[in-house]
Design a protein around this ligand. Structure first.
Ligand SMILES: Nc1ncnc2c1ncn2[C@@H]1O[C@H](COP(=O)(O)OP(=O)(O)OP(=O)(O)O)[C@@H](O)[C@H]1O
Ligand SMILES: [Mg+2]
Length: 300
């Protein structure tokens, strides 16, 4: 008997379509489409203020996008952070958000609570069901600490950890909710080159366990080593998306990072208008009121 395999189109793990976020008159994210497939690591880059974190906030229910939709494995995500976590999307934060006075282990246990079914009464009465669940959570949390390389610090108070280890702890806490998609907002910020290399390996390891990843970073070497695909946001709009090679070589991306506007860039028209107006007013100033102007070539 022969078996034939049919290539079924797989549903993306994450599918954001037309996501727009406005704050009053400011459009921080403008009609952004982005997908992350199973087994993929996708990078999100862009200069400061480009809208990367705002986009993450729209994906995770922290902000309700002004327009657009976000689907996780084909299902619309509810606009509430804890429901998004329960659905299977976990994240870390650009500004580390740990419980500073809790131990390392306790922080991971907090991340686990969306996956424990024991209710309030069970917890208060500390019955056998609760004790069993507690032991299982503890075991899983220690496994995760081992995985990120922090098991030897399980009893340390989180605020005493060096910065790089706090970032790793945030990742362990996010993984404790058993996500299918992990969103990392600048996971290597503040890390030294060795820690950054180790973070790269850690993220590959997470991907190998079947978790799809979307990662924001400013460290281009890190992004281009790690990602299967990279999207670049500039002033809230997706400028380009493609393989590391494509994005790396795109002159508009280089210009966006160096701050040089290019033809057709979002905001370039406004900038050209401002520059023209400034030139015009400088000219008027020279022709009219400025009596100190010297003829060209004369020594200053
Ligand atoms: N809650 C808010 N209210 C008003 N404006 C906001 C809010 N959050 C973000 N913004 C604005 O949206 C724009 C995008 O900010 P965002 O933090 O998403 O950028 P970013 O790409 O993450 O930048 P960075 O690389 O510096 O972290 C900025 O102009 C910022 O001031
Ligand atoms: Mg940000």
């Amino acid at each position: 008997m022969t078996t034939t395999t049919i290539d079924m189109p797989t549903t993306p793990v994450l599918e954001a379509s037309g996501v727009t976020m406005r704050f009053g008159g400011l459009t921080a994210v403008r009609s952004v489409d982005l997908t992350v497939g199973a087994g993929e690591i996708v990078g999100l880059i862009g200069p400061n203020g480009a809208g990367k974190t705002t986009f993450f906030n729209c994906l995770t229910g922290l902000y309700v996008p002004t327009e657009g939709q976000v689907r996780y494995k084909g299902t619309l995500l509810p606009p509430k952070p804890h429901l998004v976590t329960t659905a299977g999307v976990a994240r870390t934060f650009q500004n580390i958000r740990l419980f500073a006075n809790m131990t390392v282990l306790e922080n991971v246990l907090v991340g686990r609570h969306t996956r424990t079914k024991e209710g309030l009464w069970s917890a208060l009465l500390r019955g056998p069901g609760f004790k069993k669940a507690e032991a299982a959570s503890h075991e899983r949390a220690m496994e995760l600490l081992e995985f990120v390389g922090l098991s030897h610090k399980a009893d340390h108070v989180s605020r005493n950890l060096p910065y790089g280890e706090q970032r790793k702890l945030e990742i362990a806490r996010a993984l404790a909710s058993d996500p299918g998609l992990l969103l990392l907002d600048e996971p290597t910020a503040g890390m030294n080159p060795q820690e950054t290399r180790a973070a790269e390996e850690l993220i590959f390891g997470i991907r190998d366990q079947g978790v799809a990843i979307l990662v924001i970073e400013h460290d281009m070497r890190f992004i281009f080593n790690l990602c299967d695909r990279v999207a670049c946001l500039v002033q809230g709009e997706k400028l380009i998306e493609g393989t590391a090679e494509t994005v790396q070589g795109d002159e508009r991306v280089i210009a966006a990072y160096l701050g040089t506007p290019f033809e057709g860039a979002p905001g370039a028209e406004e900038l050209a208008e401002v520059e023209a107006a400034e030139a015009h007013s400088a000219e008027a100033h020279r022709d009219g009121t400025d009596s100190t102007t010297r003829p060209e070539g004369e020594a200053q």
